[in-house]
Design a protein around this ligand. Structure first.
Ligand SMILES: Cc1cc2nc3c(=O)[nH]c(=O)nc-3n(C[C@H](O)[C@H](O)[C@H](O)COP(=O)(O)O)c2cc1C
Length: 430
């Protein structure tokens, strides 16, 4: 975001647009407060989809503290500092970006909207916000990349049991113009997600969110290998047919062909067998480093010692994240983890904050505590559910505006001015 957008700034243009539309009786279709989106989106998507997106692990204590812990810091605004000209661009891995916002990788977006990842990719491109394409995407990385043109995108990897598959994903990400590889570390198995368990619903089993796999030549080859795991036995009910119908529809190649080929079921079984690698450890990183020149960024770091080990292993960046509270219930909130991590990392590698970001002041606080950028997850999924690509753009426009106003009204015109001293720690306000 820079001053070229108008003489007054992006945020004031956005305010004007909204208030002027109000003169003709139009109020925003999408709630302005990102926290309020969840309630509206709940009415638009199926209960299973809502549970999958909104839910977290266990009692969802970490989902809550990701939000509430931002209140532990307060901004001390400065006055009379000429904030007429502002520059909120950032540089990451040698590339300039319009703002410090990024879109977190979110899987199974087809549950929110049929255009899924492609719609999000287009919105991200229009808004010049980098998009981290998910390993569990509903559409292939190639399709999303094509929709994004030259816009900035990274690829997020879940390290599967097959090294050959990992290599293939990385190669495809490079060919798709992804500028970095984000390795998510916190999901070597799925967290205890009570809402999904209560509904006995896991989208992958219905062929949703496995497009990166089914489109992959190595995965297709792995599907043909003899199965070593016993096949699960299940009672056949009407719901079995509904689930199978969904699966046949989701798998590429057309419903009738899929019905006879047996490949969709085979794909799901192969996926389940390969999906995660609980034995993943620091020594695995070398495998990636030997296969890509792209920056490798570790997502899911919360402990300062892990940040140190990451640096020792030569990674290019880290994302401080607890997966939006979906993995370890009671895990430290991302914003509370950030200062300890910055003490270790200092300026050695960029640190990005993810989990719980909902307002412009959250962004200011995260940057002041040392993050170079922030990621948002659920809010853009709700925007997608409410209005497709336009919905994602609206969410980003509003967050960018809120951020800009918080910066300028606090007296700061560039990101470098955001330092820990601009905040006051007021402790736990819960
Ligand atoms: C529905 C859903 C699916 C997700 N899928 C992925 C994924 O495929 N890969 C990943 O690294 N993180 C995934 N995440 C975690 C997000 O990348 C991000 O860490 C989290 O949403 C940030 O928290 P927030 O939702 O509070 O902004 C997912 C999150 C949600 C809500």
């Amino acid at each position: 975001m820079n001053q070229q957008e108008s003489s007054s700034g992006y945020a004031m243009d956005r305010q004007r647009e909204i208030y002027i539309a109000g003169m003709s009786g139009q109020t925003p279709k999408i709630p302005i407060a990102l926290d309020a989106l969840e309630k509206v989106a709940k009415e638009r998507i199926s209960p299973k989809a809502f549970a999958y997106v909104a839910g977290g692990a266990g009692k969802e204590l970490t989902v809550s503290s990701n939000r509430s812990d931002f209140a532990q810091w307060q901004i001390m605004p400065r006055m009379l500092r000429d904030v007429s000209k502002v520059d909120y661009t950032i540089e990451l891995f040698g590339k300039k970006h319009r703002s410090p916002l990024m879109l977190s990788p979110v899987g199974v977006l087809e549950m929110a909207h049929p255009k899924a990842d492609v719609a999000v990719g287009k919105a991200a491109a229009n808004m010049e916000v980098p998009y981290i394409i998910s390993n569990q995407a509903s559409m292939t990385m190639e399709a999303t990349a094509q929709a994004m043109g030259n816009a900035s995108r990274w690829f997020q990897l879940y390290w599967s049991k097959s090294y050959e598959l990992v290599e293939s994903f990385i190669q495809r990400a490079e060919n798709s113009g992804c500028e970095a590889i984000v390795v998510t570390l916190d999901t070597t198995m799925l967290g205890w997600r009570v809402r999904d368990l209560d509904m006995a619903y896991l989208p992958f089993l219905r062929g949703k969110g496995i497009a990166q796999y089914t489109s992959d030549p190595v995965f297709q080859k792995l599907m043909d290998e003899p199965e070593t795991e016993p096949r699960p036995k299940n009672k056949i009910t009407l719901d079995t047919f509904v689930s199978l119908f969904e699966l046949m529809k989701a798998y590429p190649g057309g419903f009738f062909k899929n019905l006879t080929s047996g490949r969709p079921l085979k794909a799901v079984r192969t996926f389940i067998n390969l999906y995660t690698k609980p034995s993943l450890n620091w020594s695995d990183l070398q495998f990636l480093q030997e296969r890509t020149k792209l920056p490798i960024i570790l997502k899911g770091i919360l402990h300062p010692q892990d940040a140190q080990i990451a640096i020792d292993h030569g990674v290019s960046g880290i994302i401080v994240s607890n997966h939006g509270g979906r993995q370890v219930d009671g895990a430290i909130s991302s914003i509370s983890a950030l200062p300890g991590i910055m003490e270790v990392v200092k300026d050695q590698i960029p640190v990005i904050l993810d989990s719980g970001v909902r307002t412009g002041s959250d962004v200011v606080k995260a940057l002041a505590l040392g993050a170079k950028a922030v990621c948002i997850g659920r809010p853009y999924v709700y925007g997608l559910a409410l209005d497709g690509q336009a919905g994602v753009e609206t969410v980003l426009k509003n967050l960018l505006s809120d951020f800009e106003l918080n910066m300028r009204l606090s007296g700061y015109k560039s990101i470098t001015e955001l330092q820990p001293e601009i905040l006051r720690f007021v402790g736990n306000t819960k």
